[in-house]
Write a protein that binds this ligand. Sequence first.
Ligand code: NAD
Ligand code: DAU
Length: 333
Amino acid sequence: MRSIVVTGGAGFIGSNFVHWVVDNQPDVHVTVLDALTYAGNRENLAGIPDDRLTFVHGDICDEGLVDELFASTDACVHFAAESHNDNSIADPSPFLRTNVQGTYVLLEAARRHDVRFHHVSTDEVYGDLALDDPARFTEDTPYHPSSPYSSTKAASDMLVRAWVRTYGVRATISNCSNNYGPYQHVEKFIPRQITNVLSGRRPKLYGDGLNVRDWIHTEDHSSAVWAILERGKIGETYLIGADGEKNNIEVLEAILEAFGLGPDEFDWVKDRPGHDRRYAIDSAKLRAELGWRPSHDDFAAGLAETVEWYRQNEDWWKPAKEATEAKYEAQGQ
Ligand code: NAD
Ligand code: DAU
């Protein structure tokens, strides 16, 4: 593979993936296609030399532009999405457009130009598990999405499967658990709490705080996506996870501790409507078939590095903080 288009490459996971490719795949040229919505930031790609990266400011729903880019690429890794559950509850409409219509536009271009396509999806398409259920999600778990966001991601997965079967598009899908690391928008749980403390606010916990997420460092997500792009079997789905189950109280306590704050120094706020209880990934297929392993196995150390990144990069997160908190406050969160 010599050239790849990365959609959503100026967002959190997309930009971490672009950095990973630039650092680990010296012969690959990356073209980022990103609309720079509120979640995209050109600064996330700062420092990457021009001979490794072409940045295209544009929309994945723009058929002409997508067609032009797909005419001269070997592959596309599709990260672009509206990605935040709370936003999807407040206004589902951009989620339908970008996540469903946008994926359709990309699939049609992949079909016309026979481009290898990797679709980045989420474990949320499987709905949730009970706290006392020993089960984890596998590739065979039935789809059961709960939120407008996860239902649009489920719809996009279905489009990819249909385009593989009906038109022979050379595509794979991955469904990953919750990512953490640098460049994550301050609307998301971990960065929101870190930047709340850094800006003199109290952290906010939804509901009873017992909801479980299965945390993976974003660098491990990147290496898994690359393994699937290179060695994955066309038409297959791979679950990506690093055995990182923790409830929200545990994660928040670790953040409070990193700042030398007591375990009660946060506010309980209104729960998210339809809030999924627990996600848990069984990534046995990815490990057995593609030999992938996560390299970040110490969550406490990864979280400490992430806290440090936000301490050192106030200029990066500050511009988005006030508006994000104003939105949450209006929602009672
Ligand atoms: P993000 O919100 O941080 O970034 C999304 C990026 O997509 C932004 O740069 C934005 O500008 C761009 N974008 C949005 N609409 C666009 C459009 N119409 N055209 C072109 N670009 C557009 O999201 P993220 O958290 O980095 O998630 C990336 C992908 O990974 C998503 O598909 C998401 O469903 C999936 N995913 C995320 C997680 C997670 O923990 N964040 C876990 C599993 C899967
Ligand atoms: O599982 C993968 C998914 O992980 C991705 O598909 C999504 O794009 C990504 O946003 C993430 O979804 P979540 O809804 O799990 O992430 P979020 O960071 O919004 O919330 C994580 C948990 O923390 C969830 O149980 C809600 C809770 N929460 C969140 C916020 C923002 C709080 O308790 N307080 C908060 O302030």
